[in-house]
Ligand binder design. Structure first.
Ligand code: FES
Length: 378
């Protein structure tokens, strides 16, 4: 394989596409990785017709897997129409939702539109904890959404974002999910960008907490066998190895933001100096294949040392560009989650802070338009 382009192997095409239909959301999660200025995107969202054209261009590029996400995609009342259009184009469609707004009527309509798969997020097995964490009375709605999804026969992933405040819920969540016949749970380490980064000192679990949760997961894996797949990994901050973010920049993943801007990852706009184009102005094929944005960190030739001479470079591609920027101020740097990074001390310091006894605990900053102003003024 050429060192220029790890194909992995979409044959140079985007295998997996995230359609961020909107950044609007009824919840106020402190670990959200939507932009801090999410509120500014409302007026710039693509219309139904523009999304359909985007779907056509995406399919023409060879994409097959499509995730409707957000924000909360159910807030778009054209979701069913867009799912039906994507289905006709030949996409395998997945709805990634908080479950808020997923009534039986909408679920039936989505099924009729051709929706193939649902990923539902849930944070805790107890209503008081879920509701406190997401900043809304959401727990019962989420539980009901899970029951409806199973009842209507959708393949389903239960996505549990993992952080300090809910990590001890793993046992109760798996027990509840097993009772409902859910076949896949993903315990997803939250990624520290945007809102989550703002709250990182409070959200990050300790290694002991992660190991305890891992032991719980392993107990359930033994008990449930083939009946349920449980995904759980120790996060990059503790592993000393960076994640292979997006399987490499511009390799197989494409995000389409609510304003029709294609991006190599959902966080790319945190990196200064990159030029973004909207599908309103440029063809997707040019943006994916030719634009400086997608070529900037594609392949391996751009890698700095110590990545360039590292035997793992074809596994992790130097890690995450956005994390490198946010933690070092330089998107070209080795991801500091890597123990070989000259900046690894910033990750060690964050881990030490999470475990420091008797530290002053701050309230979590909830996602809201007002919180951005408050945070920037602080
Ligand atoms: Fe942007 Fe990892 S989130 S490269």
């Amino acid at each position: 394989m050429s060192s220029q382009t790890p194909r992995l192997d979409g044959q140079g095409k985007p295998l997996w596409v995230s359609l961020e239909l909107t950044y609007r959301c009824p919840l106020k999660c402190s670990w959200c990785n939507n932009p801090l200025d999410f509120d500014d995107y409302g007026r710039r969202e693509l219309t139904t017709g523009e999304w359909k054209k985007a779907l056509e261009e995406t399919r023409a590029l060879g994409a097959l897997q499509l995730g409707f996400t957000g924000g909360e995609p159910l807030l778009r009342d054209d979701l069913e129409e867009l799912v039906a259009y994507a289905d006709r184009l030949g996409f395998y469609t997945n709805l990634i939702t908080s479950g808020i707004g997923l009534t039986e009527e909408r679920l039936r309509a989505l099924k009729a539109a051709g929706l193939k798969h649902v990923q539902l997020s849930l944070q805790a097995a107890r209503a008081e904890l879920t509701d406190a964490l997401v900043g809304a009375r959401a727990h019962e709605l989420k539980m009901e959404a899970a029951r409806l999804i199973k009842q209507h026969g959708f393949p389903m992933v239960l996505n549990v974002p993992v952080f300090k405040q809910n990590i001890a819920e793993a046992d109760a969540l798996i027990e509840w999910a097993a009772g409902l016949g859910i076949e896949y749970i993903e315990f997803a380490n939250i990624q520290y960008y945007n809102w989550a980064l703002m709250n990182r000192d409070e959200l990050m679990p300790t290694l002991e907490e992660l190991k305890a949760a891992e032991a719980t997961v392993n107990r359930w894996r033994d008990k449930l066998g083939q009946a349920m797949t449980i995904y759980f990994v120790i996060p990059d901050y503790y592993e000393g190895r960076p994640k292979a973010c997006m399987n490499g920049w511009g390799a197989i993943h494409l995000t389409l933001a609510p304003d029709g801007v294609p991006m190599p990852c959902q966080e790319a706009r945190v990196i200064p100096g990159l030029e973004f184009h909207s599908l309103r102005d440029k063809p997707l094929a040019w943006i994916w294949n030719e634009s400086p944005l997608f070529r900037k960190y594609r392949g391996l030739d751009w890698l700095p040392e110590p990545c360039a001479s590292c035997g793992d470079k074809e596994k992790d591609f130097g890690g995450c560009r956005c994390q490198a920027l946010l933690l070092t101020g330089d998107a070209n740097a080795t991801d500091p989650a890597c123990s070989r990074s000259p900046h690894h001390a910033v990750v060690r310091a964050a881990v030490a802070e999470a475990a420091r006894p008797l530290r002053f605990h701050k309230p979590l900053v909830k996602r809201s338009a007002q919180a951005v102003t408050t945070a920037f003024l602080a």
